[in-house]
Design a protein around this ligand. Structure first.
Ligand code: ATP
Ligand code: MG
Length: 576
């Protein structure tokens, strides 16, 4: 069997430019392609990613992108980006632009092979005239409702439209006049003449052209007659000489129509359609229609809301293209529908950022600590590794002084059992530096803790622990005089149930939105090294998780998004 070439080989591009993941495992699609190359059925591989520009791309599309561009790359072939833009009323250049941007961001490139189905409208029209002439298509004048009635059901055959056997010349004439704009929307359609008794409803004379007096985002008002999606898709694939047309399982029943189309038109090639299972992720929705609804109804802040499963949302949340490609490689490609745990996606970004993200200290809910025996006005620069996973990243200097902030959570006046962090009389280590001991709690008139009075032990600096003294916890801190204020946005799952959908009792899928999916915390304190962090720069805030700078950050106002918390140690123990 011909094995795919190593990523990065083939066309001489650098490995990172166009590869899905370091190791793409063999799956049933790659096996089919390898066999087709070995048997000589094909000399090369040509795939395409065919979005309809009616929404932003989501993580499900990323799976398809990684597959299509991935196999092309591995087998030394090509992958086109093609917009299947056959529905003028729902499509927009805004979507075209965002899709182009997202595919590039994911790390894939189509060279000069950017295509639009609308560029083929004239060619498709000419093919169709030939089809009518061959007696394989006819103009039908039934209404949409009648067409539905005549179609029959899964158990009953359909019945012929009274127009099914009208003379070819009459259909040719009407089709030409449909193009000229002589008829209203919905008054006439063109149907393929296949088989009204077929057990497959898609073959019961499917509509292949409809009249739509609408302005198209690319062809403007040149057309008022638009070819249907299935028909256009097959022809576009054939025109581009796609060898393997990879699509999701819902198109399995459409495959006979795909084959009929390429078999009955004088197209330059006969691509093979292969279906794979679409990606479903827990605690989110993945249909563009539903995502659009969330945006339009203001239930999220936009397509790039960091809670959205869109590529732009994930990017803003702090995901890297590498982590998404790795996720796609880990879930693989199969033929059976399934639901993937969103935790797998989070694991992929954690693994990636663990290797690459510089560490920093940030205190989300500050509690003031005054070190009574620390010299007034003294500042020490504490050297802490920028990333313990990668010594080549060196150290960072973090200022230490008499007044610090620690997390409110890291102190308990009355510590519960197994709580080892700070409490009155107890000592902990401050990350990268001294032992700190809580001597006294200062409260306001309402009894709220406002400050801790502490002492430090100068002999304990730099991880040395004096004989006989151990501490059970290390906590992070930020020097109050040097800290920078930040807003931090914490995200939780967008929905409260793994598979939000309309329920039988009439419950709407949107009623499962998680009211706590966004928590905004003001007045966070971060170490001064972050002052100049730019949009989307990523960090691990020690002990808290991975964070990135939100594009809302403006001069003097830092905003961070939490991408994911650190791995929950309890979750790992529980799963063992
Ligand atoms: P909708 O979300 O409204 O069902 P769509 O996702 O099918 O629309 P397209 O623009 O037609 O939108 O999708 C482009 C390509 O991405 C298609 O080949 C489609 O099969 C694939 N794709 C879409 N959703 C997923 C998914 N969840 N998993 C894998 N591939 C997907
Ligand atoms: Mg689709």
């Amino acid at each position: 069997m011909i094995k795919p070439v190593a990523p990065g080989g083939g066309d001489g591009r650098p490995a990172e430019a166009n590869t899905p993941a370091a190791t793409a495992p063999m799956d049933f699609i790659r096996e089919i392609i390898a066999r087709d190359l070995e048997s000589g059925k094909h000399q090369g591989v040509a795939t395409r990613f065919p979005p309809e520009p009616n929404g932003y791309l989501h993580i499900g599309h990323a799976k398809s992108i990684c597959l299509n561009f991935g196999v092309a790359k591995e087998f030394g072939g090509t992958c086109n980006l093609r917009f299947d833009d056959t529905n003028p009323t729902k499509e927009d250049v805004e979507y075209v632009d965002s899709i182009i941007d997202s595919v590039h961001w994911l790390g894939f490139d189509w060279g000069d092979r950017l295509y639009y189905a609308s560029d083929y409208f004239e060619q498709i029209y000419q093919y169709t005239v030939g089809l009518i002439r061959d007696g394989k298509a006819y103009v039908d004048e039934l209404t949409a409702e009648q067409i539905r009635e005549y179609r029959g059901t899964l158990t009953e055959p359909g019945k012929d439209s009274p127009w099914r056997n009208r003379p070819v010349d009459e259909s040719l004439d009407l089709f030409a006049r449909m193009r000229k704009g002589e008829f209203e929307d919905g008054t006439k359609v063109l149907r393929a003449k296949i088989d009204m008794a077929s057990p497959n409803l898609n073959l019961r004379d499917p509509v292949i052209y409809r009249i739509r007096h609408a302005t198209h985002h690319r062809t403007g008002d040149a057309w008022c007659l638009y070819p249907m999606y299935d028909y256009t898709h097959a022809i576009s694939d054939a025109i581009e000489q796609i060898t393997h047309s990879l699509c999701t399982l819902e198109f399995e029943d459409h495959r006979p129509l795909y084959d009929w189309t390429v078999d009955n038109l004088p197209v330059p090639s006969k691509p093979r359609q292969i279906e794979f299972a679409r990606l479903n992720l827990t605690y989110t929705v993945m249909s563009k229609r539903k995502l659009l609804q969330l945006v339009q109804e203001g239930l999220v802040s936009g397509w790039d809301d960091p809670r959205m499963p869109t590529i732009v949302g994930l990017r803003r949340r702090g995901f890297t293209p590498e982590s998404i490609r790795e996720f796609a490689a880990r879930i693989g490609v199969a033929k059976r529908e399934n639901m993937v745990d969103v935790a797998l996606l989070e694991d992929a970004v954690r693994d990636d950022l663990n290797r690459r993200a510089p560490r920093a200290m940030a205190v989300l809910r500050p509690l003031r600590v005054v070190i009574e025996n620390y010299p007034e006005g003294q500042v020490e620069q504490i050297e802490i590794p920028a990333n313990p996973e990668d010594p080549s990243m060196g150290n960072r200097a973090v200022p230490f002084s008499k007044v610090l902030y620690i997390e409110q959570d890291d102190f308990r006046e009355v510590p519960p059992p197994k709580y080892f962090r700070l409490s009155p009389g107890r000592e902990v280590r401050l990350r990268g530096t001294y032992f700190l001991k809580c001597e006294r709690v200062v409260k306001d008139e309402r009894g709220e803790i406002v400050e801790l009075r502490c002492t430090y032990d100068p002999a304990t600096r730099k991880g040395s622990s004096p004989e006989g003294r151990k501490v059970k916890a290390t906590i992070h801190w930020v020097s109050a005089a040097h800290a920078i204020d930040a807003q931090v946005r914490l995200y939780d799952r967008l929905f409260t149930v793994p598979d939000p959908h309309d329920a039988e009792e009439g419950r709407d899928w949107k009623s499962y939105l998680n009211p706590g999916s966004l928590e905004v915390i003001e007045g966070c304190k971060v170490e001064p090294g972050l002052a100049k962090a730019g949009a989307l720069e990523k960090f691990q805030f020690e002990r808290l998780g991975y964070f990135c700078v939100d594009p809302d950050t403006a001069a003097g106002r830092l905003v961070f998004n939490r991408t994911v918390p650190l791995r929950d140690p309890w979750a790992r123990i529980a799963s063992r």
